[in-house]
Design a protein around this ligand. Structure first.
Ligand code: ZN
Length: 271
């Protein structure tokens, strides 16, 4: 059996938790368990990161959706579509979006914008049936791209060109945490290890960095005056797996973060 070494970002997280919580921690993940435990076993810490890898996963899923294509729904023109680069369920993106765009085309529509579409659907407007799947798929904007068919490519079938964009429409720290938790759902082993640790106090420490979607990190990277006056810590209780009693979110570059202690959020700086 291989013995897991302590990685640099784990070591750094451990030092932060030790300092902020005034607790002693020992490396415990020698054979696949939780990363750190206090000597008396009452505090467990698992360290993870939400970074570029998540975006790559979204890209791969989209590629599979494009390859699969949509059999029975032809578009009358190509479309450009913008979607957040942390959007869920991209494996079926084209399959859900193409029929909706075809419906828009047959209604004579050539573009889509998420905010007015939300209002339209709330008012049960006549385009709701086409708008709803686009909103559910996370489409931010879409526009048809009329073009002549290239004579060298007479068999051209119109398609959807997807742009994955960072940071779509984050509104505040609560929104950022919600997006972060969505990303963490793809790492269920974190909660599992904490649950199996048997500790009373079970900390999930999440690193974010410059490669994390801007929708999550913007509130942790704004310059100091904006940070102090504008963003602040989240205010809503996070929906956490019950295996997690404490949630740390810390930006690797700015060393700012937030800590949820099971009851309240606090801001952390100069970590
Ligand atoms: Zn085309």
């Amino acid at each position: 059996m291989t013995v897991n070494q302590e990685r640099p970002n784990e070591h750094l997280a451990k030092e932060i938790v030790k300092r902020v919580m005034s607790v002693e921690l020992c490396h415990a993940d020698t054979h696949g368990g939780v990363d750190y435990l206090s000597p008396d076993g009452s505090v467990a810490v698992e360290v993870t990161a939400v970074t570029e890898g998540r975006r790559n996963g979204v890209r791969d899923a989209l590629r599979r959706s494009v390859t699969k294509g949509v059999k029975d729904v032809e578009l009358q023109s190509c479309w450009g579509v913008m979607v957040d680069d942390l959007q869920d369920d991209m494996k079926t993106f084209i399959q859900r979006v193409q029929p909706a765009l075809a419906t828009l085309e047959s209604a004579g529509e050539t573009y889509f914008v998420d905010q007015p579409a939300h209002v339209h659907v709330l008012q049960n407007g006549e385009l709701s049936a086409a708008y709803r799947p686009l909103l559910e798929a996370g489409v931010i904007r879409a526009g048809s791209v009329p073009h002549k068919v290239n004579p060298d490519d007479p068999g051209h079938s119109h398609r959807i060109n997807v742009s994955l964009v960072s940071g779509g429409s984050v509104t505040d720290s609560n929104d950022a945490v919600a997006r972060l938790l969505t990303s963490l759902k793809e790492k269920p082993d974190n909660a599992k290890k904490l649950a199996e640790s048997g500790a009373d106090s079970r900390h999930l420490f999440v690193w974010v960095d410059g490669n994390t979607s801007g929708s999550i990190t913007r509130t942790l990277t704004g310059n100091a005056p904006e940070y102090v006056t504008g963003w602040g810590a989240p205010s809503i209780d996070p929906m956490l797996d019950e295996a997690i009693t404490h949630l740390w979110v810390v930006h690797q570059g700015t060393r700012r973060g937030w800590l949820w202690n099971g009851e309240t959020w606090r801001e952390l700086s100069d970590l």
